[in-house]
Design a protein around this ligand. Sequence first.
Ligand SMILES: [Zn+2]
Length: 160
Amino acid sequence: MRVPPSVAAALNAVPPPHPFDLDLYLSLVQDARGRRILIHDLPRAAVAAVCGAWIPWEGVDHVFIDPAADGLHRDHIIAHEIGHMFLDTTAGRNSGIDTTSLRLLLATVGAPPTVAVAARSGTDAHERDVELFALLTVTGQAPPRQSSRIDRVFSALDYP
Ligand SMILES: [Zn+2]
């Protein structure tokens, strides 16, 4: 298993608490970025398209999450969206979300339709890096430490 340098740097930017504590991690990320993070329930109509999304708008990072997700699943989705905050180098990624859902999310935060949304879906290389970031964040597995259980997850993600 190889952790790409960009993912390692993102993990080092705000080392996740171990054991993972979402509220603590959110406050650390907010302090580091100087931006508030607000967690919203993903509107029902958008749940079919994605299970999480991030909209940076006017000094606030809005994170939407499927209200049905709980426990580790919820932590993981939120960590994934935070991964986008650290790893997205290009604005304008509206991956994996349909126009109707996109409009709904933007309307919820009062943002114009031109604002980019990072939605949790898709399987491209960038999404895989973000997913690796989320996995390492919630499991407290900073590179190069790893366990056989984590290795199996990486294998499932088709990670080298
Ligand atoms: Zn994503």
